[in-house]
Design a protein around this ligand. Structure first.
Ligand SMILES: [Zn+2]
Ligand SMILES: [Zn+2]
Length: 289
């Protein structure tokens, strides 16, 4: 086999799948090749199309003639540039989405931490409420007990005074005269009335407490400890259609300058710096050779 010097050999695996591009046929008329180009409509046309749609067109040429110099034509350059532009943008979108996923995972994790902190705060708050509730319980319990202790003391006092009277009446009853009994009854009449009043006073005022918890229904009063909010802004990646940006400046992805951290002084007095760049780790590199 003779290989012409002007032909380039390429790896068969790198050939586009649809190699026989000449087989591109009319979309409307299957299997009919594009043989014509209508300049009026700026479209390819097969035999059938020509008859159907371009009969009155002024500028119809054979594809073989129209194709002359196609590789240098503006439309071919435009088409290849558009392909590059779309591929570049899809690459940027892919990377941007991947970065976005990583970022959203990070954000979700910090929200989880924040939720845990809110929960811990709520628990600390409930613990403080518990402490105050138990303090109130102790105060109320002590007050009730104190009241009962006062009653016991007062009752003891009445009992002691009554006992004294009982001793006197016993003595008079066993060993005293009728006169002594008469005098005792009348002499202690007021004392006995007072003792009776004091005892009545105690029994009349006496009440009984019970202590219970009136629980706050937490499920009803605490509905939530927060809510998850999303905020949405347009993505930074923009695809500007080639036609719209043709006469404009080339698109450069906006890049924010990295933040630099001072690490050390560099003595550049006797060194000539030829170049300066920033690597992917955001480190400044000075080139001296
Ligand atoms: Zn056709
Ligand atoms: Zn036409």
């Amino acid at each position: 086999m003779k290989i012409s010097r002007n032909h380039e050999l390429i790896d068969i695996n790198r050939m586009p799948i649809q190699t026989n591009i000449a087989d591109q046929c009319c979309f409307k008329h299957d299997n009919l090749p594009f043989e014509y180009f209508c300049i009026d409509h700026d479209v390819l046309s097969c035999k059938e199309c020509l008859a159907e749609s371009h009969r009155s067109c002024q500028k119809v040429m054979s594809v073989d003639i129209a194709c002359k110099g196609a590789k240098q034509s503006q439309s071919f350059i435009d088409a290849t540039e558009l392909v590059d532009h779309v591929l570049e943008t899809t690459h940027t979108i892919g990377k941007d989405e991947q970065d976005f996923i990583e970022n959203i995972v990070k954000e979700a994790n910090s929200v989880k931490t924040a939720v845990r902190i809110v929960k811990e705060e709520a628990i600390r708050h409930i613990e403080a409420l518990e402490k105050s509730l138990l303090h109130d319980l102790d105060l109320k319990k002590d007050k009730i007990i104190q009241k009962s202790k006062t009653t016991i003391k007062e009752t003891e006092d009445i009992k002691k005074s009554t006992k004294d009277k009982q001793d006197i009446f016993d003595l008079v009853n066993k060993h005293g005269s009728e006169k002594q009994a008469f005098i005792a009854v009348h002499a202690y009449k007021q004392d006995l009335t007072d003792l009776e009043k004091r005892v009545t006073g105690i029994t009349e005022k006496s009440t009984r407490f019970t202590i219970n918890l009136n629980p706050q229904k937490l499920q009803e009063s605490i509905h939530s400890i927060g809510s998850i909010e999303l905020s949405e802004v347009p993505s930074a990646v923009k695809f500007v259609q080639k036609k719209k940006c043709q006469s404009q400046m080339p698109i450069v992805q906006a890049q924010s300058m990295p933040q630099f951290v001072y690490k050390q002084d560099l003595d550049t007095k006797n060194v000539e710096i030829y170049g300066m760049t920033i690597n992917d780790n955001n480190e400044v590199i000075l080139v001296d050779t």
